[in-house]
Design a protein around this ligand. Sequence first.
Ligand code: F3S
Length: 753
Amino acid sequence: MAFDIEMIKAVYGNYPTRIAAARKAVGRPLTLTEKILYAHLTQGAATEAYQRGGSYVDFNPDRVAMQDATAQMALLQFMQAGRDKVAVPSTVHCDHLIQAEIGADADLQKAKDKNREVYDFLASVSNKYGIGFWKPGAGIIHQVVLENYAFPGGMMIGTDSHTPNAGGLGMIAIGVGGADACDVMAGLPWELKFPKLIGVRLTGRLSGWTSAKDVILKVAGILTVKGGTGAVVEYFGEGARSLSATGKGTICNMGAEIGATTSIFGYDEKSEAYLRGTDRAEIAEMANSIKEHLTGDAEVYANPEKYFDQVIDINLSELEPHINGPFTPDLAWPLSKFAQAVKENGWPAKLEVGLIGSCTNSSYEDISRAASLAQQAVDKKLIAKSEYTITPGSEQVRFTVERDGFLGVFEKMGGVVLANACGPCIGQWARHGAEKQEKNSIITSFNRNFAKRADGNPNTHAFVASPEIVTAMAISGDLTFNPVTDTLINEEGKAVKLDEPKGLELPTKGFAVEDAGYQAPASDGSKVQVIVDPKSDRLQLLAPFPAWEGTDLKGLKLLIKAKGKCTTDHISMAGPWLRFRGHLDNISNNMLIGAVNAYNGETNKVKNQLGGGYGEVPAVQRQYKAHGIGSIVVGDENYGEGSSREHAAMEPRFLGVRAILVKSFARIHETNLKKQGMLALTFANPADYDLIQEDDSIDILGLTDFAPGKPLTVVLHHADGSKNEIKVNHTYNEGQIGWFRAGSALNLIKASI
Ligand code: F3S
């Protein structure tokens, strides 16, 4: 699958000198996270120490991975950059658009028919620009990346929040928005706030019913959904070295649930075995030759309190299996306490469905351990009481576990094998009866369990556990069952007990696959045509945003003064709008429809200054656009928090909003606005937010002298003829002012070729 050996050689070649420079600059031993970050500085060898949680630093990631929902806008933007080829190895993975309903083959075929134009588009863009393309059915992005591309000491970005899965193989892997992916593919540096460091020391060894998943379920309980924000979680200790590479991947994957920037394990014998087992002995040899750089310094792990911002201790020998939920992944219950919690909270004890697999938990080890329980159900004449589904993470895993008889065992237990895709994990689940919104329980080996995520039913109580626990629960059909202590009554009326699960980290006969589903790009893509039907409602080629007209902006209409929380979901909703992620005009019909209008407390109802009356935000803005009138959006604190979705910045830009003026920004959204050529401004005096009136016409002055650190002036012309003049701040540097002048960062990149 063409992992790029030359690229890895170059990265490893830099390691000795760059680590030495970093150690000198920092003046102390280094964690693994610091080693990888300092080895990937855009400037080359470090000359200064960065402040954790403070400094903004430019990095050169080694790879980019994109899933099909987010790749559409990332690639539409990349097409605007004027490059012939991507600057770093990149891949696209078709996994999010396949809906689970009947079973793997039928569901895959249906998805191919339904999403044909999106798949054809992604395949042709990939072919043209040198991007590896993983077809629908090939597998889930993070499993495919772990099997093929992740490498110890590497750094990658991916347009999906569970990109950190690759940390299981010692890579700094971070989830980003499409605009960031576009920049890195175009050869630009990628900026990150230097993270804080959380160390997790693992001692002891897993045994019995406990698995790697329980480590992160426990950590989520300790740190909660926000506890990892702005930090990299680094695992170390003899317990860490005892975990399989895929088990480590599970832990890193679900680090997204505690808000961590990413999570990581050092290179060890298990990593080496996995690299060799997945046909990458060459990388294992290279990693061995610099292995002292692919783990944190010994002194750091001996005295972690001195080097990490926070240290957590977990003894694997004492760790119990956990079940987390419902509705949030940080509500952690040790198995021995779970039955009581179910009863006390009145959660439905009857288990409707158990779902295993997903990007989080579909390794050979996971499947083989779950299958050992399914086999026991068959042998001990137990009929599974719940529905049961299996989502393999990749065709390579699926093919191998079928060859080794595990899928057959699941089917004997009544399990349904779904396509190698996200399916129920992202709500792509045509679950029959979900529309009735009945209160019910499901348990999955996935990572997220927010309300409605799996089946759209807000009353589905979703719990998260290891594949082993999910399987045992599905056999019993009862959430109050504890497989460690309880018995079940079989078909013959006898009480039987499930033995501890058993499995193999790697297949003894090696992995096998007939068609992994990979399509290599053309070596010369210059003749490849990218076809987008102009009548399509799902895809639309982008046109460059116009350059700044060179004057101050006058007579802007106030579109909306948003009150309170205004996240990227309020600005560009998800759900049914996912369908239009590749069509800027159509998706712009969701612009700000979730924002609360400060004047009437309502959503999607703003004054139309052209005709009086009130209208929907996108419709009113389209009228302003039709009349060639710019507008301005005013917001409260932390405007644009949430995801890094670039649509939240592109939509207002596309519809003719010229500036966003707020009390404060969420930083990623602020950068996204700048990239799209928008003015992102903050009140110098936050109380001036109250001066803005509903029918204001607004001027922004000082743009001809736009300079870093120099405030701009905003004049508010009120309907009664009075006016206010206020100062507004910005954080544009010289380069970013260039983006504004050119109309967008992409316009500038293109102009520089
Ligand atoms: Fe897909 Fe769920 Fe993973 S949506 S990428 S399987 S978190």
